[in-house]
Design a protein around this ligand. Structure first.
Ligand code: ZN
Length: 232
């Protein structure tokens, strides 16, 4: 039989899924779902001393590799593809305990990955919180009269990860006065002036900004002083 010639020699122990009905040359059992060729004669897995192995279908590369590493005895299962005139891997036969150990290792890996992702997310959240704190502190340094809650809200909004807002930009990262003030002005515009209402009623953006500019100025002037009325 030309099977071995058609298959790479370094494949190790080969087990075939026969296309035809075959019987074991030793115990006469058949038809055989899987067989080993010994001296060109088919043998069942039991007669070939491979009966204790379990079949792991191809598909999970890591699990397959680890199962074979863990298994003292393993075999590659192949089937002949007539159209392509070559043998194709269907999976491997490995010891059941080896498969269990390999599954454990794969599970441990995915668990480790999950824990690492959680750690990374926590670290990013901590960084975001620190950044928002620094941002709020800078708002209060520039505008001591800004209510602290409002400063924290503006900072939190501006530094939301993935928002692409000013707080996430390089300038915001550096906490430049320009970047911090831009975030404050955007907040004042939306919350303390009729800006959004003007936009909704169809007023062009630039015209709307022009109309509310004085109102924004008034709020900011109020916030440049510490406490309400304390400095007159
Ligand atoms: Zn047999």
């Amino acid at each position: 039989m030309a099977a071995r010639a058609l298959f790479p020699p370094h494949s190790g122990l080969l087990v075939f899924q026969p296309l035809k009905r075959r019987q074991c040359a030793e115990c006469r059992r058949g038809p055989l779902p899987l067989l080993v060729l010994e001296d060109s004669a088919p043998r069942c897995l039991d007669c070939a001393d491979l009966g204790h192995l379990v079949f792991l279908p191809r598909g999970d590369t890591a699990l397959t590799r680890r199962s074979r590493e863990e298994s003292a005895l393993s075999a590659v299962v192949v089937r002949f593809n007539r159209r392509k005139s070559r043998y194709e891997r269907q999976g491997v036969l490995v010891e059941e305990a080896a498969l269990a150990r390999a599954e454990q290792r794969c599970l441990a890996d995915s668990e480790a990955r999950r824990r690492r992702r959680a750690r990374d997310a926590r670290r990013r959240a901590d960084q975001d919180a620190l950044f928002a704190q620094a941002f709020a502190a800078e708002i209060l340094r520039l505008l001591p009269g800004c209510p602290p809650d409002r400063a924290r809200a503006i900072a939190g909004h501006a530094s939301e990860r993935g928002s692409g807002r000013v707080g996430r930009s390089a300038a915001g990262r550096a906490l430049t006065e320009e970047a911090v003030m831009a975030a404050v002005v955007a907040s004042v515009r939306h919350l303390d002036t009729p800006y959004d209402r003007l936009l909704m009623s169809g007023v062009p953006r630039h015209e709307a900004r022009r109309r509310i500019a004085a109102a924004v100025e008034t709020v900011l002037r109020g916030w440049t002083r510490t406490g309400l009325g304390s400095t007159g």
